[in-house]
Design a protein around this ligand. Structure first.
Ligand code: SF4
Ligand code: SF4
Length: 494
């Protein structure tokens, strides 16, 4: 049995520099117990092999059929286990190394809570989602974004630069996500702010990177030429399926002309200029549209199919995490979309994700495939930016929020002022940051808590009285999903 960690994938574990961490399990003293966060289950590959996953350590191991009973005994009674052969000793040591057995006096939940706090309140990483505008050139029939035609003024941009400077004095990484509305309507704003951010990052020796979520329509040659200057790590573009499906939902404002061909053409040109660029190709799916995804893959130009990271996103996924009313649509303005929330839909989406992953040739390493699902099962300090103290969303008029899809006035936590200072409403901030998911009934005993940290805060704020599980992958779905990823060779372990 070999156990696997992807250390570089575990921001949670790297909160404390390794030299300051002691691994209590390695000193050999004290009694041991099985970790609460273990999943030990049949690999479902007709061989009798089992898989062992620990959501707290991120450890993942294949246990060959011949060793299943021995490993079960180690887990059930580590103190009574007799390491009377080199093989048994090796299995026992691996169980310790993977965090599958831990010291008896360790309060795993207390450790988890402390690590979460350290990560969530760290100032080392400063992360902003900037909305240069809330306006959009598209009128998608399900969109929740609100109408606001203003682009961030130069005065507000300069204020933002001043405020960012105060934060960079204590950070060592600065990450920006350009979002909207359609952020490329604010091309000049992005260009100006990027120049200023890079200047400040040079001054304070801070690492700068950015990403952009765009509908792709304005991603013309001028933008493609700026990809490196803007330090973009990746671009997220959305296609909703093959042309006939996409063109019914993602329309230009005041036009019935389809947008599919333009977006695909822009992506092809992007790859011509930057062959190694990372494109996250989001495919919004509903119960109705997901059946068209295989046809969508077939129709894509080869270069996109082989290089883009394609992943399914359920329309209105945040509301559907809490499945009190799975057909409820959070926008009164938008056309209702019927979603098959729950396990069946997520299973279907995973199957489509795996189908997309198999097309990818650029990264032959299978580790990079099944990325979305693997990411959902890695331990972390907080689920998303909403839970981190040094991560904010800045709107075009300086409003500060915690979540780009909950950018309504009543949910804003603060305001950036023209002199470069910011004020915060502590009560509103507490709504986002003060909730204790360690104490929430549905989460406190959940074995996925280390990887999920209570899930989407926006969803739990929206549905406090029904607040159940706000995670995209529920506890009972973990073992079949891991078995499937392992069978497909998309989640490696020894
Ligand atoms: S709170 Fe929910 S909707 Fe907002 S960024 Fe986080 S996961 Fe997304
Ligand atoms: S949101 Fe769901 S998966 Fe996440 S910790 Fe809570 S109960 Fe578990």
């Amino acid at each position: 049995m070999e156990t696997k960690y992807n250390k570089e994938d575990l921001p949670f574990l790297s909160v404390l520099p390794e030299k300051h961490q002691e691994n209590d399990n390695e000193n050999g003293n004290g009694r041991l117990k099985q970790s609460y966060y273990n999943f030990f289950f049949d690999a479902e590959n007709d061989t009798g092999d089992f898989l062992l996953f620990n959501s707290l350590s991120g450890g993942f191991a294949k246990v060959p059929a011949a060793n299943v009973e021995v490993v079960r005994r180690i887990l059930d009674d580590p103190n009574g286990f007799d390491c009377n052969s080199p093989d048994k000793k090796q299995l026992f040591e691996t169980a310790k190394k993977g965090g599958y057995i831990v010291k008896e006096n360790v309060d795993e939940k207390a450790v988890l809570k402390m690590m979460s706090m350290l990560g969530r309140y760290s100032t080392e990483q400063f992360h902003l989602v900037i909305l240069p505008t809330m306006a959009c050139n598209f009128a998608c029939n399900y969109c929740f974004q609100q109408e606001d035609t203003g682009i961030m003024s130069l005065e507000m941009q300069q204020a933002l630069v001043k405020w960012v400077e105060t934060r960079l004095k204590v950070a060592n990484q600065f990450q920006v996500g350009w979002f909207g509305g359609e952020p490329l309507l604010g091309y000049k704003c992005i260009d100006y702010l990027t120049g200023e951010f890079k200047r400040l990052c040079d001054k304070y020796d801070v690492e700068y990177s950015a990403a952009i979520s765009t509908n792709g329509y304005l991603m013309d040659e001028k933008v493609i030429d700026r990809v490196q200057d803007w330090n973009l790590r990746h671009i997220q573009v959305t296609l909703d399926g093959p042309p006939d499906i996409h063109n019914t939902s993602r329309l230009l404002k005041n036009s019935t002309a389809g947008t599919y061909d333009v977006l695909v053409d822009h992506l092809v040109k992007l790859y011509e200029k930057h062959p190694d660029f990372v494109v996250m190709l989001r495919v919004n799916v509903s119960e109705e549209s997901i059946k068209h995804v295989p046809r969508f893959f077939d129709n894509l130009p080869e270069v996109i199919r082989q290089k883009a990271h394609m992943y399914m996103a359920e329309i209105y996924q945040c509301s559907s995490f809490l499945s009190a009313d799975p057909t409820e649509n959070p926008s009164e303005k938008a056309t209702p979309v019927k979603n098959l929330t729950g396990h069946a839909m997520r299973k279907k989406m995973t199957e489509m994700n795996l189908m997309g992953a198999k097309y990818r040739k650029k990264f032959p390493c299978s580790e990079d495939q099944g990325r979305y699902e693997r990411y959902q099962m890695l331990p972390r300090a907080g689920y998303c930016q909403a839970q981190y103290a040094n991560q904010f969303v800045i709107g075009p008029h300086g409003g500060i929020s915690k979540c780009p899809v909950s950018y309504q006035n009543e949910l804003k936590i603060g305001q950036l002022h023209s002199d470069g200072t910011a004020t915060f409403n502590l009560q509103k901030m507490a709504m986002w940051m003060g909730g204790d998911f360690f104490e929430r009934k549905s989460c406190s005993k959940c074995k996925m808590l280390p990887t999920c940290m209570g899930g989407c805060t926006s969803a739990t704020l929206k549905y406090p009285e029904t607040a159940g599980c706000a995670a995209p992958i529920k506890e009972k779905e973990v073992t079949p999903l891991l078995a499937m990823l392992h069978r497909e060779g998309l989640y490696g372990c020894g």
